[in-house]
Design a protein around this ligand. Structure first.
Ligand code: PNW
Length: 442
């Protein structure tokens, strides 16, 4: 069964995605201030291979070549994020024009190549100066974020197709302040839930500020959603799966779409719940033009903990390959939440690619992952879910957060010594599907 564009609705957008800290490098150029990831990477033991995003893919300098590759790939759209500390080095006040200029060149470069820009305002690189006042646990940071959103939207809003406020607030709050795996690396559920609330509040305030500018860009938010399946129908497994779903998904979906926190989770979190002020939930519920969904895997949950089915396949992240989870998730969103256009803003897989001697890096597992997950998206659209587009994560191998450079997600292989980019077989396959350029691989 070969997938083609005809398996997707008319006008369906195919793209690929990256984020600022993961690819740009140039960490102290043109007035960029330090971010929490610069700090975190310098703390011993935080990053598995001891690296940082100081240089990364050097995209800050190589962006014209990278945009040429995107053109050759044939994507309709490119999703990137802006580094807040390039634009406001301390997270508030005067704008660093050189930082904004970089993104203006990038957006214009995309448009010149016929590629639609999809911007994300916050993909985790918080200005360190804002962490110094408590980061997202401080309500003030939500207001600072709305101001930053307004600055960017004034400059670029008339040229980008779409602006997402936050990428994956679950990661910026629970993974960062409760699980402690991402910057700032804390383990405190009360702080994590305060951070989550202020992230969502910042999202809502930013939506309102950007709406008022009326630029024509679609406005929304990107959530990473991990469907939780019970390991059996034992009541204790069902309860554990419901908690996992609340922790990963409903804690963010319910405030955004219903203006309320899920009652069961509010009770389960007990004394750790955030302070919610009058009007906060109305702000958070500001209507969206789209929901971005990042999907990588599911969780299989029992009362004893998460399970790993033995017969399943796993990526280099040790995440189960479970395409059915994506169609199930999309159908569920459509059934349980108000209808809103959905983009798959990230989906992809890490595998330990090797450069080899050929002119293409052979990555059959990644190619199979993309085929299966794109088929799941097509299936969901046939079941009536309004999915408007799909972005492969990622265009380039890049700095994979706590895993440093040890995990490769790219459609293009990056040699970090030379900064050479090499096509992978999955990239050629995607190019063939998009079919704006000659088909080169099957
Ligand atoms: C997402 N988890 O991160 C991010 O948006 C990307 O920047 C990242 O490169 C990509 O997925 C691959 O990891 C996640 O632990 C990181 O569940 C961790 C988790 C989920 C998403």
């Amino acid at each position: 069964m070969t997938l083609t564009r005809k398996d997707f609705p008319q006008g369906f957008i195919f793209g690929t995605a990256t984020s600022s800290y993961q690819i740009e490098g140039a960490a102290s150029e043109d007035g960029r201030g330090p971010s929490i990831w610069d700090t975190f990477c310098r703390e011993p033991g935080r990053i598995h291979d001891g690296t940082s995003g100081d240089v990364a893919c050097d995209h800050y300098h190589l962006w014209p070549e990278d945009l040429d590759l995107l053109r050759e790939l044939g994507v309709d759209a490119y999703r990137f994020s802006l580094a807040w500390p390039r634009i406001q080095p301390t997270g508030s006040g005067a704008v660093n024009e050189k930082g904004l200029d970089f993104y203006e060149r990038l957006v214009d470069g995309l448009l010149e190549r016929g590629i639609q820009p999809y911007a994300t305002l916050y993909h985790w690189d918080l200005p360190q100066a804002l962490q110094d006042i408590g980061g997202w646990t401080n309500r003030e940071v939500a207001h600072r974020f709305a101001e930053y959103a307004e600055v960017v939207t004034r400059r670029l809003g008339n040229r980008v197709r779409s602006i997402a406020t936050l990428n994956e607030p679950w990661c910026s709050s629970l993974l960062s302040y409760d699980i402690g795996e991402h910057a700032p690396g804390l383990r405190d559920r009360r702080l994590a839930l305060a951070a989550a609330h202020h992230l969502m509040l910042g999202h809502g305030e930013a939506m309102q500020a950007m709406r008022a500018l009326n630029t024509g860009a679609d406005l929304g938010v990107v959530l990473n959603l991990t469907p939780a399946y019970p390991a059996s129908d034992r009541p204790e497994d069902l309860a554990a799966a419901r908690f996992a779903d609340g922790y990963a998904n409903r804690w963010f979906l319910d405030p955004v779409f219903r203006g309320e926190y899920p009652q069961d989770m509010w009770e389960a979190f007990g004394a750790d719940v955030p302070e919610v002020q009058a009007g906060d939930l109305e702000t958070i519920r500001e209507p969206l033009d789209f929901l971005g969904v990042n999907y990588y895997t599911r969780s299989l949950v029992s009362a004893e903990g998460t399970q790993k089915p033995a017969q399943a396949q796993y990526t280099h992240m040790d995440w189960e390959v479970y395409p059915q989870g994506l169609s199930d998730l999309l159908v569920r969103l459509n059934r349980e939440y108000p209808a809103v256009p959905i983009y798959i803003t990230e989906n992809g897989a890490a595998y330990p690619d090797e450069r080899g001697s050929g002119e293409t890096v052979n990555d059959p597992d990644r190619l199979a992952y993309y085929q299966a997950h794109l088929a799941a998206v097509a299936d969901a659209t046939r079941q009536g879910v309004d999915v408007r587009g799909y972005f492969a994560w990622s265009m380039l191998d890049n700095f994979e957060w706590a895993y440093g450079y040890s995990r490769r997600f790219g459609l293009f292989y990056v040699d970090y010594q030379t900064q050479e980019r090499t096509w992978k077989t999955s990239g050629r396959w995607y190019q063939g599907l998009l079919n704006r350029a000659p088909v080169a691989a099957d």
